[in-house]
Write a protein that binds this ligand. Structure first.
Ligand code: NDP
Length: 349
């Protein structure tokens, strides 16, 4: 069995989802309540491989973490949410569980690998994966295929990665450098030393601020760990721009609304067959909840299909091009495709 540890993007959204799921006691309370709420198993998931025909089963564990806990410096509550959800998943006998969204970021930032015991559970970390290798693969493919759909010539384009020094961002940069030469790769993050190190590792790249990057980039990959998205209504980039927003919550709270700006949901895959689960319908994050799922969650599904019970993605900035290619092959094999534009999006396909 595979598992998904998820969280919602804000207190308001959490209250509304709780109401829809029939957890009225959760819906009426403020952040204080969510800080002490225990993890919940809120959905069961079934996915069938298009190649092998095998169906695998999983469980969605809601950690009850909310980004407001970090904004309000409720760090103890935030870390407890993640570690308790991991212990909960392990106790349920789940073989491989993805740490979705901020779960892996909190795990890394607060060195939660030092916590070995949670009450009567000794954490077996090999049962967990961040899912970030698959997310990096999907974003890399979205750059390649999305550019094609929007009529952007990658070889002559400037591609900016916002959050380049992060786990996913650095993986995307490595993969693009190896597989997709672009005219200029722009690296954006706040910590200058980490940016310089990444630039040396890649053998190139232009270090810029977000504003500078937006004024020149033809393609912008958003993978910054921002608790709240930016309002980019007044962005002033090239005439034709493709934004691929892989942030969770989204990095772009408000996208530019001018002609020539295309916005793609980043880090999302679409399965060729319906996925059996109710939650995506209720969360309402994706256009086609029956088929679409976050790439990090899909990584645990792929590992379950292959019975690879190992933390495929682990530790920060360890994602290699080889591992991205490997998970990419499994993704294709079992029927996942990176989300792309549809005819209904108004693009001449
Ligand atoms: P990391 O914490 O490893 O990296 C975050 C990156 O963002 C770092 O480069 C950081 O550098 C940068 N950053 C943070 N804040 C800012 C800012 N205000 N301006 C510019 N850069 C910033 O995170 P991950 O790589 O694990 O995750 C990145 C994003 O992807 C998150 O939003 C996460 O929730 C989402 N995600 C999406 C998934 C999917 O399936 N679609 C799966 C997993 C995660 P610095 O601190 O130096 O600025």
């Amino acid at each position: 069995m595979f598992g998904l540890i998820g969280h919602l993007t804000s207190l308001a959204q959490a209250q509304s989802v709780a109401r829809n799921l029939g957890y009225d006691e959760f819906a009426e309370h403020d952040l204080e309540f969510w800080c002490v709420a225990p993890p919940q198993m809120v959905d069961e998931v079934a996915v069938t491989s298009t190649t092998t025909g095998k169906t695998v089963y999983g469980q969605y564990v809601e950690s009850c973490f909310l980004p407001e806990m970090l904004a309000q410096k409720r760090f103890k509550a935030a870390t407890r949410k993640i570690i308790n959800a991991m212990a909960f998943a392990q106790k349920r006998g789940i073989n491989i569980t993805a740490l979705g969204g901020f779960s892996s970021i909190i795990f890394e930032n607060f060195n939660l690998d030092k916590i070995k015991h949670i009450r009567n559970v000794t954490l077996e970390l090999e049962r967990f994966t961040t899912g970030n290798t698959h997310t990096a693969y999907v974003l890399g493919r979205q750059v390649q295929q999305g550019a094609d759909q929007c009529g952007i010539d990658l070889k002559r384009s400037t591609v900016a990665v916002i959050g380049a020094t992060g786990d996913i961002g650095s993986g995307v940069c490595r993969w693009l450098t190896e597989h997709t030469p672009v005219q200029e790769l722009v690296l954006v993050a706040r910590d200058q030393e980490r940016l310089q190190n990444l630039r040396s590792e890649l053998g190139g790249g232009l270090i810029q601020t977000i504003d500078q990057a937006l004024s020149i980039a033809d393609i912008v990959v958003w993978v910054a760990s921002m608790g709240q998205g930016l309002d980019l209504t007044h962005e002033n980039g090239p005439d034709r721009v493709l934004h691929i927003d892989g942030g969770y919550p989204k990095n772009m709270a408000k996208a530019p609304r001018r002609e020539g700006v295309y916005v793609l949901d980043g880090g999302i895959v679409e399965h060729s067959l319906d996925i059996e689960w109710k939650l995506m319908n209720i969360i309402n994050h994706v256009a086609n909840p029956a088929r679409q799922i976050y790439a990090c969650f899909a990584e645990s599904i792929l590992l379950e299909f292959e019975q690879l019970y190992t933390n495929f993605s682990w530790g920060r900035n360890q994602i290699t091009v080889e591992k991205i290619d490997e998970i990419g092959r499994l993704s294709v094999k079992h029927g996942f495709k990176p989300l792309l534009f549809k005819a209904a999006d108004g693009i001449a396909l």
